[in-house]
Each structure stands twice: as C-alpha cells, then as structure tokens.
Design a protein around this ligand. Structure first.
Ligand code: SF4
Ligand code: SF4
Length: 107
C-alpha cells in the first residue's frame, strides 16, 4: 500500500484487510513501529496487529491522513506493505475479495 496524491490506496485498504502482514520480529524496532501495533506470531515472526485474524484488518488502517483508508504508520510500515503495488496480483486479489473493481494496471 502506498500514500500519494490521487492514489487509490487512500480510499481502498483492501490489502490491509486481506493478508497477514508478517515480518522478521526485529523489523518492528528497526522501523520504529509502535509495539501496540505489533503481534507476535512465533518467536521470530511478528505481524501487524489485526492481520492474523480470520478476517484481517490492520490496526493502522484508517489512522493516517489523506484519505479514509490512509495508513497510520506509513513511514514505519513493514516490508510486505512496501512490496504490494497498486494493480499487482496481490492488490487485485485483495480488491476482488472485498468486491472492488480491478485497477487498470499500476499507477
Ligand atoms: S489493494 Fe491495491 S489499491 Fe487497495 S490499498 Fe492495497 S495496493 Fe492499494
Ligand atoms: S501498516 Fe499500513 S500499509 Fe501496512 S497493512 Fe497496516 S495499514 Fe496497511
């Protein structure tokens, strides 16, 4: 997910409500993620809080500025959030799961 002017992510957030956003535990400290927003999955793997649920929803979703679904920890977001791009396969699958129309390729 990314935050920019005219970015569909700011009113979407589907990927933040679809996947478990997990990463090597040390990344949370390296990026400065608030501990209240991180859950431990295994001794070595953590995830964004809320994304390990059967109906995932990241706790940071909607806590940012710029749009109703803006990320509240955009500068500190972990690697998986940086990898998904508007219009890629993970994006399109997430949007389909939430009944949103596919994007016409990357922006
Ligand atoms: S599903 Fe796609 S458009 Fe929606 S927030 Fe994620 S990357 Fe952005
Ligand atoms: S940290 Fe931000 S970009 Fe990553 S899943 Fe949560 S709301 Fe989405």
């Amino acid at each position: 997910m990314s935050n920019q002017a005219d970015n569909p992510c700011l009113s979407c957030g589907a990927c933040c409500m679809t996947y478990r956003v997990s990463f090597y535990w040390a990344e949370a400290d390296e990026r400065g993620l608030p501990s209240s927003m991180v859950e431990h999955v295994t001794p070595h793997i953590s995830c964004m809080a809320g994304t390990n649920a059967s109906s995932p929803r990241c706790v940071a979703l909607g806590a940012g500025t710029g749009g109703p679904m803006a990320c509240g920890v955009y500068q500190q977001r972990p690697g998986p959030c940086r990898e998904v791009q508007p219009g890629d396969d993970k994006c399109q699958r997430a949007r389909a799961r939430h009944g949103l129309a596919p994007l016409d390729g990357a922006i």
